[in-house]
Every structure is written in C-alpha cells, then in structure tokens.
Design a protein around this ligand. Structure first.
Ligand code: ADP
Ligand code: ADP
Length: 228
C-alpha cells in the first residue's frame, strides 16, 4: 500500500539525511519509524506528504507514484499529527476537526456528522467539547483532537510524528491504548515516529529502525523480540 523504492534525500547543503530506503507496508498496518535524534525519521515521514521532496527513488501509495500527484490533493489524503499539536487557536474544536472535510468540499451535514463521529471515536463528548477552543482543553485532550482531525478527512495514510511525546507518562499510555483500539475500527495505514522502543513494540505492526539515514532493520515486533 505504501512503498519506498530506493528513496533518498539530499538536502540543499549536500547533507544526505536519508539513503536508499526500501520497504513496503500493507493497508491498515502501523509502521513505526524509530532511531536516535537526527537519524532521518522526520525527513522520511515528510517525504510521504511531499513537505520535503525526495531527491532519489520513488514513493508509491496504492501503486501510484506520489511525485506525479498534485501536492494539495495528496495532502488532503494524508492525515498529519505532530507533537506540538498544531490546533488552530481561534477555531473551535469542531472547526479544527472539520478542516479537511471543509477543504474537500463535503456538504455541511456530512461534515458535521463526520466531526461528531471522530470526536466520539477519540473519547471526547461532542456536547461538551465541540464548541470549546483548544486552550480550554488539557494537553491530552488537545492531542485527541489532533488525532480526530487527522482522521476526519478519511485519509489513505496518517502520519504521526511523536504525537504523544510531550505528554505525561500516564496520559501517554492511555493514548497509546486508545490509538490501538481506534485502529481496530478505522484500519488506517499509519506511519508513527518515536524514539521510544517500548512504544514502538506496543504500537507497530512493522518497525523500521533507522541509523544515520539508513534503514538497518525492518521487522515485526515479534521478529525483533525473538532476536538473541
Ligand atoms: P532544502 O531545500 O534542502 O529542504 P531548506 O530550505 O529546508 O533546504 O534549508 C536550507 C538550509 O538550511 C539547508 O541547506 C541547511 O544548510 C540549513 N538547515 C535547515 N535545517 C537544518 C537542520 N535541521 N540541520 C542542518 N541544517 C539545516
Ligand atoms: P530525526 O527526525 O530522526 O531526528 P531528521 O529527519 O529531522 O531526523 O534529520 C535528519 C538529519 O538531516 C539531521 O542530521 C538533520 O540535522 C539533517 N537535516 C534536517 N533538515 C535539514 C535541512 N533542511 N538541511 C540540511 N540538513 C537537514
């Protein structure tokens, strides 16, 4: 479903942040990218929505070469959750979650229904939260909204860059459990970046270990745990 073929990124200053990466993940799988700071996780992820264009190789989604697609169309089909949340402070929760459906031009009824469904899915009662603004929510609640927003446009792929990294350990574990539960319903293809192996083993169907821009291992958690 998501395929990297000899993908590389050389930045304008000549630095090669990602080198000849190859992998494929199936629809509905969670791929975890893990490795130390600076190993190329964020670069790898941002190449998927072309925030950073790759400089070699090809990336395919459902067999389509993404470099041939209109970037705006591509990004509407890719949900994105980041650590710093990134909700729009002057939009209500409902407006934030409805952003992509709005951009996709869904009619008001369908949009509203979808927003309420997404809020319920991430454990936020719409009657309580829909009309609030982001700053009236806790960090964990805001991050739930971030997940709801990323899913609302029914994307083909969801990118999550250390989405729970800034949360306290208890909230973090709670959100990990909720993500797994939610994934059973929505079955999205998710690319999840972390530097925490425990989180990777808990969430990943496939784990890609990066080191200095190279993919040094690509395995299931079971395979990784069974190694001597
Ligand atoms: P590119 O067009 O290759 O994506 P950018 O416009 O993002 O380049 O960055 C321009 C320049 O800024 C880079 O060539 C690099 O010198 C510097 N730079 C930006 N971010 C970083 C970083 N995280 N590490 C090192 N250099 C950086
Ligand atoms: P990670 O997400 O694993 O911490 P990144 O993908 O952000 O790693 O960065 C990988 C490497 O590329 C780092 O060494 C970083 O400094 C470098 N880098 C990131 N952006 C740029 C840029 N615009 N120009 C040059 N080098 C960059």
């Amino acid at each position: 479903m998501l395929k990297f073929e000899h993908v590389g990124k050389k930045y304008a200053n000549g630095f090669e942040a990602v080198k000849d990466i190859n992998f494929e993940v199936e629809s509905g799988e969670i791929l975890v990218l893990i490795g130390p700071s600076g190993c190329g996780k964020t670069t790898t992820m941002k190449m998927i929505n072309r925030l950073i264009p790759n400089t070699s190789g090809k990336i395919y989604i459902h067999g389509k070469d993404i470099s041939k697609e209109n970037p705006d169309t591509l990004r509407k089909n890719i949900g994105y959750v980041i650590q710093q949340i990134g909700l729009f402070p002057h939009y209500t929760i409902e407006e934030n979650v409805g952003l992509i459906p709005q951009l996709k031009g869904w009619d008001a009824g369908k949009k509203k229904e979808r927003v309420l469904e997404m809020l319920r899915l991430v454990g936020l009662d719409p009657d309580v939260f829909a009309k609030r603004y982001p700053k009236q929510l806790s960090g964990g609640q805001q991050q739930r909204v971030g997940v709801a927003r990323a899913l609302a446009g029914d994307p083909e792929v969801v990118l999550m860059d250390e989405p729970f990294g800034a949360l306290d350990p208890i909230t973090r574990e709670q959100l990990q459990d909720e993500l797994l539960k939610l994934q059973k319903e929505v079955k999205k293809t998710i690319v999840f970046v972390t530097h925490d192996m425990e989180e990777a083993l808990k969430l990943g169907d496939k784990i890609a270990i990066l080191k200095d821009g190279e993919l040094v291992q690509f395995d299931s958690p079971e395979q990784i745990l069974s190694q001597p």
